[in-house]
Design a protein around this ligand. Structure first.
Ligand code: NI
Length: 173
C-alpha cells in the first residue's frame, strides 16, 4: 500500500469528471487502499480518487476521531438518491485546497446508493458531517470543488492564491 501525491488546486485534473467503475478488481482494491493510506496520512476525513489523479468514481471516508478506532468506508459509484429540503451549513476544507476553509450550505440529510468493495449495492442514510462529506466527495467525481459553491469573488481569490503558491513551488523545484 502506498501514500500517493495529492493533486492540488488549480490543477485542471480536479475539474475532470470521473468514470464509473464496472467491477471491483485488484486494481480498484489497491486504489482504495492507497486512497485510505493517503487520506490518513494527510490527515483528512474524505478523499476522491481524482485527488490522487485517478478519474474513477471511488471515494473513501472515515469520520472517526484521531483517538478512535478507524471506521473506513469505500464508496464506489456513489449516487445521491434522496436529499432533504432542509439544509445545513458546515465549514468545509479539502485536501486539494490545503488550509483553506469556508462555510458551505448543502442538504442536511441524504440517502446514498453505492457499490462496496464486496461488489454489492449498499445504501446509506447520512446526516450531519457524513451528509456534508459524502456530498463534497461526490462533487469531486463530477469535477466540482467546494469553492464552486462560494461567491465568485471568494472563489477567484482562492484560486489566485493557490495559483501563486503553485508557481512558487515550481520555481523552488
Ligand atoms: Ni475535497
Amino acid at each position: 500500500m502506498a501514500i500517493r501525491p495529492l493533486v492540488l488546486l488549480p490543477d485542471p485534473v480536479l475539474k475532470q469528471p470521473s468514470a464509473p467503475v464496472e467491477k471491483v478488481t485488484d486494481e480498484i482494491r489497491t486504489l482504495a487502499a492507497d486512497m485510505l493510506d493517503t487520506m490518513y496520512d494527510a490527515p483528512g476525513i474524505g478523499l476522491a480518487a481524482i485527488q490522487i489523479g485517478v478519474p474513477k468514481r471511488v471515494v473513501t471516508i472515515d469520520l472517526a476521531k484521531q483517538d478512535e478506532e478507524k471506521r473506513p468506508i469505500v464508496f464506489i459509484n456513489p449516487e445521491v438518491t434522496w436529499a432533504s429540503e432542509e439544509n445545513s451549513v458546515y465549514e468545509e476544507g479539502c485536501l486539494s485546497i490545503p488550509e483553506y476553509y469556508e462555510e458551505v450550505e448543502r442538504p442536511a440529510s441524504v440517502r446514498v446508493r453505492y457499490m462496496g468493495l464486496d461488489g454489492a449495492t449498499h445504501e446509506l442514510q447520512a446526516d450531519g458531517l457524513m451528509a456534508t462529506c459524502i456530498q463534497h466527495e461526490i462533487d469531486h467525481l463530477n469535477g466540482v470543488l467546494f469553492i464552486d459553491h462560494l461567491s465568485r469573488l471568494k472563489r477567484e481569490r482562492c484560486i489566485k492564491k493557490f495559483a501563486k503558491q503553485a508557481k512558487e513551488r515550481e520555481r523552488g523545484a
